[in-house]
Design a protein around this ligand. Structure first.
Ligand code: BDP
Length: 595
């Protein structure tokens, strides 16, 4: 699905604001036709934002089920003969949408966009009632999975295996946009180099169009190549590549009859070879973090000020990359990473596919079998495949994306893992026209002797907590075990680069300790320094993305004090002591490599 853009042929009307909102206490609002009329029991709710932390109503915060959003929208007369599309950046985790009581959209999956052509349901110049039912329930069939438990008072509780709070609502912008009847519906760009020139292979879809032409514009808007037809190959003489740290972008302007759609792209290549990760043919070392879309008050809501602030902090620290743990991020984030030359490992929402973990905490006892008809099953897998395909459809043209992470910490040691993983890996390979490398993030429980699927993937991505969940506080043992395990990975996955996608301890900001014990700011610095020392000795390790960029909200638990505290920064983005040490390291590495 193309990103919503205002162009010479398209107008965008942003519908963000304070909407009317109601909790569906009995979860029967759809049957009762709540979408037909304006709610009388509503309260104000900002869009975009998670609704959970906006009010002081705990029943609302932890409601399991349906939430209703509503607003009136006037259709400008200038819409005239155009098609009118209603677009949602996301709705977590599922949604149904009605216009004047008529259902126009239904969507599953909480982190990807969806839209509906509502031209025939509305009248230019008139107002319509827009009603949205958002469903925050997770089941064994959803991605991510979860289940619901009812307590002794009969109150339902959403449970899940992943370690972040189940924020929900309308997290990203809602917009209306116009496009001509014949319109560009998809653009694909694949790039390569031929000496100093850039090669651009493109494909544009515009069903019914009589004439399609394209122009490539450089960052200053100057035409540098042009072509005719729905597909073709163009040459940019003396191309400026997209590089880590230098996000040079071109625009492929597609004209299809009356429609014009500008698709940004960068010219760069990605390849895995001899245990190295190559961007534009040069070895790239990932420095950065796993992140979360998580902020005080707005939860997982997208906000441009907070996004730019986070990028400023990452740059201050000398980071050059991050992973969109554990779901696709807002498209604004991906565009901005393109612009700033920040490298992204793009992850699907397939997290928590592992019953050996509870709330991110290891060893809390297995109560379910991960893969079975009653737990993670064929429907879950089909959902996982769909999320991979849809993510790649959305993000395929982003130069910042260099690697797909199709799952985080699934039960890759289970006997049934291969049957689940094969179609998921295949979906990524078949969907990506740029043929980026594909990986999944391996959990500490699936050490090389237990892991059953690594041959299906191009890279080894490891989340390791030596010194924290195991060898707690004993960094000598932790270091020995870490070195031992990496040596085994090199044996079982020869030629595959190893990226550490998580490592680090919970750290209570302000807890300082002469003895450098776990939870102290000193221990975080020590533990990271130990991991870094090990990485520096091993050429097959090509990346360090610590866990996590910032502290974040989780479900309550005895190991979580107001959330997960593994942040390099606090939840309000203040540095912990360790941030300065890592900054020194990363800036020195940046100085040496140039990015
Ligand atoms: C890993 C998960 C991550 C958790 C982290 C932790 O990938 O989501 O937050 O551990 O325990 O298992 O902090």
């Amino acid at each position: 699905m193309l990103r919503v853009k205002q162009t010479a042929s398209r107008a965008v009307f942003n519908l963000d604001g304070v909407w009317n909102f109601a909790v569906d206490k009995e979860n029967d609002g759809i049957e009762k036709g709540r979408y037909r009329d304006e709610f009388t029991d509503g309260r104000p709710m900002p869009v975009p934002a998670s609704y959970n932390d906006i009010t002081n109503d705990v029943d609302l915060r932890d409601h399991v089920g349906l939430l209703w959003y509503q607003r009136r929208v006037t259709v400008p007369r200038i819409v005239a003969d155009n098609r009118l599309i209603l677009h949602f950046g996301s709705a977590t985790h599922a949604a149904k949408v009605w216009v004047n009581g008529q259902q126009v959209a239904e969507h599953e999956g909480g982190y990807l966009p969806f839209e509906a052509d509502i031209t025939d349901a509305v009248d230019p110049g008139a107002e319509f009632l827009l009603s949205v039912a958002v469903d925050n329930r997770l089941s064994w069939d959803t991605i991510p999975p979860g289940w619901i438990e009812t307590d002794s008072a009969g109150k339902p509780h959403q449970r899940y295996f992943h370690d972040f709070y189940n924020y929900s609502g309308l997290h990203r912008s809602v917009s209306l946009y116009t496009r001509p009847l014949i319109a560009v519906t998809d653009v694909t760009v694949v790039t390569d180099f031929d000496g100093a020139d850039g090669i651009v292979r493109y494909e544009a879809a515009a069903p019914g169009a009589e004439h399609i032409s394209v122009r490539v514009l450089d960052a200053a808007g100057k035409e540098v190549a042009a072509g005719e037809g729905a597909a073709g190959e163009l040459r940019i003489p003396n191309v400026t590549p997209w590089q880590p740290g230098r996000g040079y972008l071109y625009t492929l302007e597609v004209s299809a009859d009356q429609d014009i759609y500008p698709q940004k792209f960068g010219v760069r290549t990605v390849q895995v070879k001899d245990s190295q990760f190559l961007i534009n043919g040069k070895p790239f070392y990932f420095r950065g973090y796993g992140r979360h879309e998580d902020n005080i008050t707005i939860g997982k809501g997208h906000n441009n000020a907070l996004m730019v602030r986070d990028f400023e902090i990452m740059e201050w620290q000398g980071a050059n990359s991050f992973r969109t743990s554990h779901y696709p991020y807002a498209e604004e984030v991906m565009d901005y990473a393109d612009e700033r030359g920040v490298v992204v490992i793009d992850e699907t929402p397939a997290v928590g596919l592992n019953t050996g973990v509870s709330g991110g905490i290891l060893g809390s006892g297995k109560t379910f079998k991960t893969f079975s008809p009653e737990t993670i099953n064929d429907t879950t897998r089909a959902g996982n495949v769909r999320e991979v395909e849809k993510l790649i459809e959305r993000d395929k043209n982003h130069p910042c994306v260099v690697l797909w992470s199709v799952m985080n910490e699934p039960d890759s040691g289970a006997d049934e893992a291969r049957a689940y993983f094969e179609p998921v890996a295949r979906a990524a390979r078949e969907s990506d026209p740029q043929h980026r490398p594909v990986g999944f993030v391996n959990i500490m429980l699936a050490t090389p002797d237990k892991e059953k699927t690594i041959d299906l993937f191009d890279v080894v991505m490891l989340n390791r907590y030596y010194g924290w969940y195991v060898d707690t506080g004993n960094l000598d043992d932790a270091e020995a075990h870490l070195r031992q395990e990496i040596a085994e990975w090199i044996k079982v996955a020869p030629g595959k680069p190893i990226i550490f996608t998580e490592y680090g301890p919970d750290t209570l900001p302000g807890y300082r300790d002469f003895y450098h014990r776990p939870w102290s700011e000193e221990f975080q610095a020590d533990m990271l320094a130990m991991f870094h020392r090990v990485f520096d000795d091993i050429p097959e390790v090509v990346g360090e993305q610590m866990w996590n960029f910032a502290d974040f909200q989780t479900a309550p638990g005895i190991m979580r004090v107001g959330g997960n505290k593994k942040g390099m920064f606090t939840r309000d983005r203040q540095p912990k002591q360790n941030a300065f040490a890592v900054r020194q390291r990363w800036l020195a590495m940046k100085e040496e490599s140039g990015f």
